[in-house]
Design a protein around this ligand. Structure first.
Ligand SMILES: [Zn+2]
Length: 398
């Protein structure tokens, strides 16, 4: 999200890695790790009859990670089940599904096999969604998963979300460039003639952000970045965000467009902000703290000087948020009045970090954060200073 003011400054953010939705005039919200590939988690088979493995995120709106059950037994099916778990944890989803399928086929009445197969199908859907948008294959996978585990509300919610997305984008016009797949309502002639221009703008931003981050989200065979433009009603229906939202990033860049001619100029800044979130995710993974994610995305917007002046005014004289409150999506703060201040503080903090200690430090925070090192620790190891009190003192002019 970006600073307050005109729509140019609006950016909606969903839960990027940390995200949820929010409000406010300038919010950016990212639908949670809707499309994050699951991360590895160790499975520790223990004694009979069944043992839960550790949790991992499956992804999707409110889709929570579920363990799969290992069986301690010498029988062939148990061995097959446990081999499937090993494959699942290794990310070999097709092999895991085939093995769980075999178990389930042999003993369809055995709940553990049905549930494990459902989990594997759900993880497959999350992985496929990285490549396919909107994801018809995901509907097939999740429908089957839900049949196998009808009490999995998380799967039901993700399935419903993807169905809504499919319905909404059914007649969308799609065009691509080197790094982007752009989609928008094919009935909208105003956008129809601007598609190529928007793609060129996106490509320009991509090159600049690639230089800044030293990383490329579309490298190494990864899918192009999806950018979908919606009518405001459709955007709201899909994201749950209201008029205040200028855009959202949840693995897909989603932007509401009302009057395209009037909004096109502001759209450029929104696209850049949301694209920055894609780079942040590529470099830092899905658990980048909200203040760092939003601070950086705002800092990389056009009009930095004006945005910074507004942000400094916004937090002037106000008590700073402890950073631990700004770890998740800034949009999830309970008091809507706090959201703009949280975005403002994040921008001012990232600007201070970049200006005083160098952009390299902020990029290190992202890269090391991926390995679980908190930003404050990266800051301390680099500067021998404590992040929060040092920032507070700098802000107070001490
Ligand atoms: Zn944002």
């Amino acid at each position: 999200m970006s600073g307050p003011g005109p729509r140019a400054a609006l950016v909606a953010v969903l839960v990027c890695a940390a995200s949820g939705a929010v409000a406010g005039v300038w919010v950016v919200r990212s639908l949670q790790p809707a499309d994050e590939p699951p991360e590895a988690a160790a499975v520790v088979p223990t004694m009979p009859p069944v043992v839960a493995s550790s949790r991992r995120a499956v992804g999707g709106p409110d889709v929570s990670a579920r363990p799969v059950d290992a069986l301690a037994s010498d029988d062939t099916l148990a061995k097959q089940n446990n081999a499937a778990i090993a494959a699942l944890e290794a990310g070999e989803l097709d092999r895991a599904i085939a093995l769980f399928e075999a178990c389930h086929r042999s003993e369809p009445q055995r709940d553990v096999f049905a549930r494990n197969l459902a989990e594997a199908l759900a993880r497959k859907a999350v992985a496929v969604r990285e490549e396919e948008h909107p994801c018809g294959t995901c509907v097939e996978l999740l429908t089957r998963a839900l049949e196998l585990a009808p009490d999995r509300k998380d799967i039901a919610e993700l399935l419903e979300h993807i169905r809504r997305e499919l319905a909404l984008e059914k007649d969308f016009w799609r065009e691509s460039s080197q790094h982007f797949d752009l989609a928008y309502d094919g009935d909208r002639n105003d956008i129809l003639f601007a598609g190529n221009r928007l793609l060129n703008q996106l490509e320009d931003h991509y090159l600049e952000l690639e230089r800044f981050f030293g990383a490329s989200p579309v490298d190494e065979g990864r899918a192009r970045i999806k950018v979908s433009l919606y009518r405001r009603e459709g955007f709201g229906e899909l994201t749950g965000l209201g008029e205040w939202a200028g855009g959202a990033y949840d693995g897909i860049v989603r932007i509401p467009i009302g009057d395209f001619a009037r909004e096109e100029q502001a759209l450029d800044g929104v696209m850049r902000h949301e694209l920055a979130h894609a780079f942040v995710r590529a470099l830092g993974g899905r658990d980048v703290p909200g203040w760092l994610n939003e601070g950086l995305a705002q800092w990389l917007e056009p009009n930095r000087a004006a945005n910074l002046a507004a942000a400094r005014a916004k937090i002037s004289g106000a008590e700073l948020f402890p950073l631990e409150r700004l770890v998740g999506s800034l949009a999830t703060l309970q008091d809507p009045e706090e959201i703009p201040r949280a975005y403002a503080q994040s921008l001012v903090l990232v600007d201070w970090l970049c200006g005083r200690f160098g952009e390299r430090l902020v990029l290190d925070m992202l890269a090391k954060g991926r390995d679980g090192v908190p930003p404050a620790q990266v800051f301390f190891e680099t500067t021998r200073l404590e992040l929060e009190p040092t920032f507070a003192e700098a802000l107070a002019g001490r």
